[in-house]
Design a protein around this ligand. Structure first.
Ligand code: URP
Ligand code: ZN
Ligand code: ZN
Length: 464
């Protein structure tokens, strides 16, 4: 017998209808009005919205970075994701210089197996092509393993940053393989000059991290990455686009028919330089991530771009570090503050409250940005919609629920929340993942390790 969700309102990216949803095993077996009860377990969704589970395509779980390791591992991170209504994540495996992509995949696989609470997949970050460009040949092997997207960093010199030649070679190979390339777009070399000058002038407080990484440095790299991808015939996806200058570069390319996509992240939509980093206090270290917080005036442009389609996905770039013993590494020098912030648990609440409730996006667009487009862009054919044959990753959402965000009650492993004390309307009521009820009354009730690795197919050629 199955599970029949009755009396709810099903919201997909293209429709809102009052229909029942039947789950059989791991899949959605039927969607329709007044489906027969037939001995199924009945779930009353009166007053609730029935939506596809969220997909967060940009997370950094258990990642060594900035002299420490991100505070959420696969267990705590994906459990927090589930509690927040996200039923699949795509995390980043990082190639270590001098090592293969296969080694990176094995390392990240070991982190996830036995821990993941929701389904997960991996992007592969390329940092080294090898003396004879061996890494380019390994890209096909990654596709065979279901890792169909490659990430390149134009920032973090001497750590993750690659040069234009390497980036161009990866674009050329990706174009042949039909694979999507993800870009962290900031001019790392220019930023490093500004950072050195900033420190030499005696500026060490966290706010100077933000002030030394200008929107122009991000816009220049955005332009360059898109131009090089276009030259190579590749499709490119700019991660964590944070501001109006970069958006202008993206739109300009899109208007000319260039194959460029981009996401923004929740933090750029609701937090700002003026509000969160008003002075030289160390509290601002809680908001040190890259790209940094921008002036508030950028937020409206980002929301417009989410509504008009220039931006197609909202992710979190969840890369959490504790304030007490991790962010504090940079107490006397902002360059030593581990870059990243916690957000995997709050993405759906914030997008609903500040997007839908504020009238900036429709409920359907909310589904598109948080689930349907992530599934489409990243080749996750079994996810992203309430439809027959899809995985039964289903979010029962209470649009009337009031919730106060706090580190005291969150599932994420940080000792702070970037949204401490914020009151939002709209929250998760229940979450099903592949047909299993995994979140009820705010608690994760599944077994850690139940999350499966999701093989994704290379689909860059189908995205435009
Ligand atoms: O500050 C951030 N964003 N940390 C994670 C790594 C990255 O650049 O995405
Ligand atoms: Zn990045
Ligand atoms: Zn990131």
């Amino acid at each position: 017998m199955g599970i029949l969700i009755q009396h709810g309102t099903v919201v997909n990216a293209d429709s809102t209808v009052q229909v029942d949803v039947l789950i059989e095993g791991e899949k959605i077996a039927a969607v329709g009005a007044d489906l027969p009860a037939d001995g199924h377990t009945l779930v009353d969704a009166t007053g609730l919205l029935v939506m596809p589970g969220g997909i967060d395509v940009h997370t950094h779980l258990d990642m060594p970075f900035g002299g420490t390791t991100s505070a959420d591992d696969y267990l705590t991170g994906t459990r927090a994701a589930a509690i927040g209504g996200t039923t699949a994540v795509i995390d980043f495996a990082l190639q270590s210089r001098g090592h293969t992509l296969a080694e990176a995949l094995a390392t990240w696989d070991a982190k996830a197996v036995g821990n993941a609470c929701v389904d997960y997949s991996l992007h592969m970050a390329i940092t080294d092509l090898g003396p004879n460009f061996e890494t380019l040949d390994e890209m096909q092997a990654m596709l065979d393993r279901g890792v169909s997207t490659f990430k390149l960093f134009m920032a973090y010199p001497n750590v993750l940053m690659i040069d234009d030649g390497l980036m161009f070679r990866v674009f050329q190979r990706a174009a042949k393989l039909n694979a999507l390339c993800l870009i962290h777009a900031e001019n790392g070399s220019a930023i490093d000059v500004v950072v050195a000058q900033t420190l030499a002038a005696g500026h060490t407080a966290p706010v100077w991290h933000a002030l030394s990484r200008s929107t122009r440095a991000e816009a220049e790299a955005t332009h360059r990455a898109i131009a090089l991808a276009d030259m190579a015939g590749a499709t490119v996806y700019i991660v964590h686009l944070s501001n109006e200058d970069s958006l202008r570069e993206l739109k300009h390319a899109q208007e000319r028919g260039v194959r460029a996509l981009a996401e923004t992240c929740t933090q750029y939509l609701v937090l700002s330089l003026e509000e969160q980093m008003p002075d030289e206090s160390f509290e601002a270290a809680k908001y040190v991530f890259t790209p940094p917080l921008r002036e508030k005036k950028n937020q409206a442009r980002l929301w417009e771009a989410l509504a008009d389609g220039a931006l197609c996905v909202v992710s979190t770039d969840h890369c959490p570090f504790r304030f007490g013993d991790q962010k504090s590494l940079g107490k006397d020098d902002f360059t030593k503050i581990p870059n990243g912030g916690p957000g995997i648990e709050n993405r759906m609440q914030l997008m609903w409250h500040f997007g839908v409730n504020a009238g900036l996006i429709s409920p359907e667009r909310f589904v598109a940005l948080t689930a349907a487009e992530p599934a489409r862009v990243f080749g996750m054919d079994s996810k992203g919609a309430i439809a027959v044959g899809k995985d039964a990753d289903i979010l029962l959402w209470d649009p009337k629920a009031d919730y106060t965000i706090s580190s005291a009650t969150q599932a994420m492993a940080t000792d702070y929340s970037m949204f401490e004390g914020w009151q939002v309307k709209g929250n998760v009521a229940r979450v099903f993942s592949r047909g299993e009820l995994i979140v009820d009354a705010g608690r994760f009730i599944g077994e850690p390790g139940r999350g499966k690795f999701l093989k994704r197919r290379a689909n860059a050629g189908e995205l435009f």
